[in-house]
Design a binder for this molecule. Structure first.
Ligand SMILES: Cc1cc2nc3c(=O)[nH]c(=O)nc-3n(C[C@H](O)[C@H](O)[C@H](O)COP(=O)(O)OP(=O)(O)OC[C@H]3O[C@@H](n4cnc5c(N)ncnc54)[C@H](O)[C@@H]3O)c2cc1C
Ligand code: FES
Length: 251
């Protein structure tokens, strides 16, 4: 991880309150792996904001980030124009472990809302390894859906919306009952979704990425600790994660 400058190439509103931000940076584009994030400094805000890497174009050194406007920091970020240079730490955290995934395996990806972006970068890496990928993506409503075509290009894709306005109605967990056999799963999304998915797939090997609150992002402030067992053990999401084996942490 290094302190780097990200030059904004473009900022696009791609879904309800959701923005696609493309930035140029040599070091992060060449070294980041799926599951890692950048920790972006926003003008006049003390704490940096963590945003996962959604796609990397290594040839052109371009990184795509997708973020939802939820508060003041992400609102300010959405107003930035091309040409502006962002101060960021990156690539931060660990990545999804995929070195041992074999060509003939079927991998299940489950993403919810702003948990979808890191799953996309992962899906691209798996598709490059000629792995069969099944993606189940959950959104609140039709207007919130993004990256459907991008996922269809690399995987068998199931879209779910809470209100049924696009794709299947319900939660990602409804679809998990129907998708058939797979070897391993990776998931990222809101905590209730991660709790439901890991419970339903408890019999399978799986990895989760946690996008919970963060402070310093470098292991110093303890804002991001989560328990690992009943005996008081804990890990830091920023340093030890954000990716963990599904059974490693208590969520
Ligand atoms: C590893 C990681 C990856 C993430 N990747 C993405 C992504 O790809 N796309 C995306 O839309 N969002 C992502 N998030 C969530 C994103 O960081 C928060 O939505 C954002 O920090 C909120 O900032 P704000 O100023 O708009 O909100 P405010 O609520 O005003 O923020 C106040 C403070 O709380 C912190 N905070 C608030 N909500 C969160 C949250 N859910 N997670 C972490 N910190 C929070 C902020 O950092 C800030 O310090 C990620 C979070 C983590 C930890
Ligand atoms: S965010 Fe400060 S220790 Fe993890």
């Amino acid at each position: 991880m290094r302190k780097e400058q990200l030059r904004i190439i473009d900022m696009k509103n791609i879904a309800l309150d959701t923005f696609e931000l493309r930035v140029e940076n040599s070091y992060i584009s060449q070294t980041a792996v799926p599951g890692q994030f950048v920790h972006i400094s926003i003008d006049n805000r003390t704490l940096r904001r963590p945003i996962s890497i959604a796609t990397i174009d290594r040839d052109n050194e371009i990184i795509t980030l997708i973020f939802k406007v939820v508060g003041a920091g992400t609102h300010d970020l959405s107003t930035y124009a091309p040409g502006k240079v962002l101060d960021a730490l990156g690539p931060c955290g660990n990545g999804f472990p995929i070195d041992d995934v074999k060509e003939n395996e079927t991998i299940l990806l489950v993403g919810g809302g702003v948990g979808v972006p890191p799953i996309h970068f992962l899906g691209q890496a798996l598709a490059e390894k000629n792995v069969r990928v099944i993606s189940v993506l959950g959104y609140q409503t039709k207007e919130s859906v993004f990256f459907e075509e991008e996922f269809k290009a690399i995987s068998e894709t199931h879209i779910v919306t809470n209100d049924g306005t696009h794709g299947q109605k319900g939660f990602v967990t409804n679809v998990l009952e129907e998708i058939g056999e797979f070897d391993r799963y990776y998931t990222c999304g809101p905590l209730p979704m991660l709790q439901a998915v890991t419970k339903q797939l408890a019999y399978k090997e799986g990895f989760i990425s946690l996008e919970e609150r963060m402070g310093c992002g470098v292991g110093a402030c303890f804002a991001c600790v989560i328990p690992t067992d009943e005996q008081g053990g804990y890990v830091k999401i920023c340093q030890d994660g954000p990716v963990f084996a599904a059974q490693e942490v208590i969520i």
